[in-house]
Design a protein around this ligand. Structure first.
Ligand code: NAD
Length: 470
């Protein structure tokens, strides 16, 4: 049982002023494994003041100095790699293979920010005018529970590369993972105040970051509803915002797809991170001419997937993060049934033998129409909707008929044809035939999936503002 009582502010672990205690629960067992003392507005203000004081000197550092700090942070994260994986498995229920990928991707995100730094045009001439780029100020980072370390590393690295200092408020459900991150930040021995981390609730610490005039920019990853709130509350002090929000991504299976290749792609994109992924490809669009063949193959493939304890290396789907999230997924399955969709496999309740944790059955609905809630709303669990289309154009129209626009997927034997389809999908990104991890390419959404981009030079630029001297 671990009790977390401190935040990381101004280069030190400091006791929380906020006194509220929040229980940390292992989602595989629903046993309490620790507590975290949540910060209040005063804790947030102390962290903002530290970041503001540090900004004065840090914003004037050279790119070589920033690169050195990024490298130290990277090395400190890597040194505790196995501990991060264990914390992700225990506190979040992330399947161990996914957890290993996330920790590696997190460390790589720091290196990609470092490698991108020399490509930022910090100073250039436009005719006789000098145009320079400057860090916007203190950055407030607010992150969700589904890949805590990745969001921390990606956002922090971009901000530090730009010359900003940071206050992070991670999800209160990720406190064990956050504690390890704080220890890594401390071990990296960066100048005091560069990175500050405050545990706390969104409507307390997150709200203070959003409203405080000392914060120049908010980078938020989380639900669309909270993202909209942050954009509107942040407008009072004209904060810059990067919002990485929800998704309901379509996977268009073209009529020439080879199912031996397409099926693993459908499953990995659809059930990624136990279905708790913003980029999950959950609307599977299949040609009417091959509907029966594809649904049969999908049923067989899904029934082979192992739902189980996240620490077991062959587990593909672990528990939902909380009982609340388990119930949310159950409610959507119930809604799908009530709306007239048909369960191809899975359904309500726990898988046999996994009753004590937040495990759900991977579920596939057929006879779905795109106006049903299960096709329009983000479920954030392993639930797929299969819809059929008559023509390629109709597939694109169904894919685009969504309030979201984060990711898209296309399966086809003809890559040129798939590319033409991808070009017509209204999303921030599309993967063809395999899920691609692209740390240097811009990541983000259109429509209600967000504003702005992260990763590589694109992410760093979102922390910079132009200045002209004529
Ligand atoms: P959430 O929106 O409930 O919470 C995210 C963060 O916002 C948490 O730290 C929370 O404490 C904080 N928060 C809550 N209320 C706040 C307020 N009033 N002011 C400021 N901060 C506040 O999301 P979640 O349930 O933790 O995560 C799941 C959601 O995140 C899903 O919708 C998912 O699609 C989205 N997500 C998006 C991406 C992406 O990159 N686009 C990645 C992962 C998750």
């Amino acid at each position: 049982m671990k009790h977390i009582t401190q935040h990381y502010i101004n280069g030190q672990f400091v006791n929380s002023i906020g006194q509220e205690k929040f229980e940390l629960v292992n989602p595989s067992t629903n046993q309490v494994i620790g507590t975290v003392q949540l910060g209040n507005e005063e804790d947030a203000r102390r962290a903002i003041a530290a970041a503001k004081a540090a900004f004065k000197a840090y914003s004037r550092t050279t790119i070589e100095e920033r690169a050195e700090y990024l490298h130290r942070l990277h090395d400190a994260i890597v040194a505790r790699g196995d501990d991060h994986v264990r914390a992700l498995v225990e506190e979040y229920g992330g399947p161990v293979q996914m957890a290993q990928f996330l920790v590696k991707a997190s460390a790589d995100a720091i290196l990609s920010a470092k490698a991108s730094l020399p490509h930022i045009p910090f100073k250039e001439m436009v005719g006789q005018t000098e145009v320079s780029l400057h860090p916007v100020g203190v950055a407030g980072h607010i992150t969700p529970w589904n890949a805590n370390i990745l969001y921390f590393c990606n956002k922090t690295a971009a901000a530090l590369a730009a010359g900003c200092t940071v206050v992070t408020k991670p999800s209160e459900m990720s406190a064990l993972q956050t504690q390890l991150i704080m220890e890594c930040v401390d071990a990296a021995k960066l100048p005091a105040g560069l990175i500050n981390i405050v545990n706390g609730r969104g409507d307390v610490v997150g709200e203070e970051l959003t409203r405080n005039p000392g914060v120049a920019k908010i980078s938020f990853t989380g639900s669309t509803a909270i993202g909209k709130h942050i954009a509107s509350a942040g407008a009072a002090t004209l904060k810059r915002v990067t919002l990485e929000l929800g998704g309901k991504s379509a996977h268009i299976v073209l009529d020439d797809a080879d199912l031996h290749k397409a099926m693993p792609f459908i499953l990995s994109a659809g059930f990624m991170n136990s279905g708790q992924a913003c980029v999950a490809g959950t609307r599977i669009l299949v040609p009417e001419s091959r509907r029966d063949e594809i649904t049969l193959a999908l049923k067989q493939a899904v029934e082979q997937i192992k739902v189980g304890l996240p620490e077991e290396s062959d587990t593909a789907i672990g528990p939902m993060v909380s009982q609340k999230q388990y119930q949310r997924v159950q409610d959507y399955i119930q809604k799908g049934i009530e709306e007239g969709a048909e369960i191809l496999t899975g359904g309500l309740g726990h898988p046999e033998g996994l009753e004590s944790g937040n495990f759900v059955k991977p579920t596939v609905f057929v006879n779905v129409t795109n106006d049903m809630s299960i096709a329009r709303e983000e479920i954030f669990g392993p639930v797929l909707c299969v819809m059929s289309y008559k023509t390629e154009q109709e597939a694109i129209e169904i894919a685009n008929d969504s309030p979201y626009g984060l990711a898209g997927y296309v399966s086809s034997e003809d890559v040129d044809r798939a590319r033409k389809v991808a070009e017509q999908m209204d999303t921030g990104g599309v993967s063809i035939n395999a899920f691609s991890h692209t740390p240097f390419a811009p990541f983000g959404g259109v429509k209600q999936s967000g504003i702005g981009r992260e990763n590589g030079t694109y992410g760093i630029k979102s922390y910079l503002e132009y200045k002209t001297i004529a």
